[in-house]
Design a protein around this ligand. Structure first.
Ligand code: PLP
Length: 429
């Protein structure tokens, strides 16, 4: 890891903390981050020429694996025709139609450049539609780093122990109400008090940003019913779960239809691209049709559109999702078998192509139960897996991902590395 360390030292001279997104700095697992130079299929190659099986996949987008030829070719071909015009192109309509096929609830679509922007804009839209001030989010759910949403957020904030950011005015944060995930009773109480002032409920329909936490039966439907009863918009943040917990997202898997959906990650095939959309009557509050302003110089640019179109086309026309999901099921079954055989206090949670190994033997159903995990043991395990060539999300409170490029050989390698890395001594066995 000599070159990675040198590059990290140079990076830190000019980039804050050496990175452009906090969790990449490896603070919670120790050591220095790996610098990569290439990725193909399920593999990443570090600057030190070490090869890793990648279960981070750029935090989700690379569901077809790295440098998937049809995606690369579509991008290259778009690049030759110009990078961005700041004017409409047909590609935007094509990608929006594709999205609508997967997510019929997205009757109108607006493209933006990041998941943060999608969620931030969806909240503004909900306030514009309802004329109300408050929003409800759940503890440990991450919806990007917009001020209103950076309150008790998961992911990086949680990993670094600062789920509430400095610089977010309490005057702003006061309009964001918080409830524990999977706790309908708290939601009902809140709505009994201030329901008529709540513009939106925003939720990760399956949480990925405190580790993978599925909704309890009835939770999402309960949110739908409460929102409808109070004229509140229900926003599903499917930036991570879209094309990942099921091809058609959590809304299809659990049969609950939101008013607005946010997408990101997979939808841009690895380029900066995200979208939000939903019921036409609500989306048409957006400028240029309606009074809610939201814009973007590079929004819907032809290169990102090409990556999104080729990625979604591959997902639509071949069994990539099924392959990625069966790889996840395969390695999860292997982990569970070994955990049971050794009676270890570990729990594996999986939904579709997303999975997390919690260093805890209690069922994780919200932030408080996720935080019972033993993060010290997690980092020991993390370093051991890294040394063996398995690249995992560098935090207990993150999801790992699989792609259609992961092979049976990868699965065998993963399982044997897993068994060797779980040092029984740290469990007192
Ligand atoms: C990643 C993520 C975001 C933020 O997306 P960015 O593209 O990183 O801004 C928002 N919501 C969820 C659920 C995410 O997983």
């Amino acid at each position: 890891m000599v070159l990675s360390e040198q590059m990290f030292q140079s990076a830190r001279r000019i980039l804050v903390g050496g990175v452009n997104s906090p969790v990449r700095a490896f603070k919670s697992v120790g050591g220095t981050p790996v610098f990569f130079k290439e990725g193909y299929g399920s593999r990443l190659v570090s600057v030190d020429d070490h090869e890793f099986i990648d279960y981070v996949l750029s935090w989700g987008p690379m569901i077809l694996g790295h440098a998937f030829p049809p995606v690369v070719e579509s991008i290259v071909s778009a690049v030759h025709r110009g990078l961005s015009f700041g004017a409409p192109t047909e590609a935007e309509t094509i990608l929006a139609d594709l999205i609508h096929e997967f997510f019929p609830s997205m009757e109108r679509v607006r493209f933006v450049n990041s998941g943060t922007e999608a969620c931030m804009s969806a909240i503004r839209l909900a306030r514009g539609v309802t004329g109300r001030r408050r929003i409800l989010k759940f503890e440990g759910c991450y919806h990007g780093h917009a001020d209103a949403l950076l309150v008790k957020a998961g992911s990086g904030g949680l990993t670094l122990g600062c789920p509430d950011s400095a610089g977010v005015l309490s005057e702003w944060a006061q309009w964001t109400s918080i409830a524990p995930y999977n706790d309908l009773e708290s939601v009902r109480k809140l709505f009994a008090n201030v329901g008529d002032d709540i513009a939106a409920i925003i939720v990760e329909p399956v949480v990925g940003n405190m580790g993978v936490v599925p909704p309890n039966p009835g939770f999402l439907q309960g949110l739908r019913d409460i929102a409808s009863a109070h004229g509140t918009l229900l926003i599903f943040d499917e930036v991570m779960t879209g094309f990942r917990v099921a091809l058609k997202g959590a809304q299809h898997k659990y049969g609950v239809v939101p008013d607005i959906t946010c997408l990101g990650k997979v939808v841009g095939g690895g380029l900066p691209c995200a979208a939000y959309g939903g019921r036409a009557e609500f989306m048409e509050y957006l400028a240029p049709v309606g009074p809610v302003y939201q814009a973007g110089t590079l929004s819907g640019n032809p290169v990102a559109m090409a990556a999104g179109i080729s990625t979604l086309t591959a997902l639509k026309t071949s069994n990539h999702f099924e392959r990625a999901e069966s790889h996840a099921s395969h390695i999860v079954a292997g982990m569970r078998q070994w955990i049971t055989a050794h009676g270890l206090p570990l729990t594996v949670s999986q939904v579709g192509t997303m999975w997390t190994l919690f260093f805890s033997d209690t069922t994780v159903f919200n932030l408080a139960t996720a935080q019972r995990s033993d993060t010290r043991r997690f980092s020991l395990y993390y370093r051991a897996m890294l040394d063996r060539g398995v690249y995992l999300a560098p935090s207990q409170f993150e999801s790992n991902f699989t792609s259609s490029a992961h092979t049976l050989t990868d699965a065998d390698f993963f399982i044997s590395s897993f068994e060797k890395s779980l040092d029984l001594e740290i469990f007192g066995k």
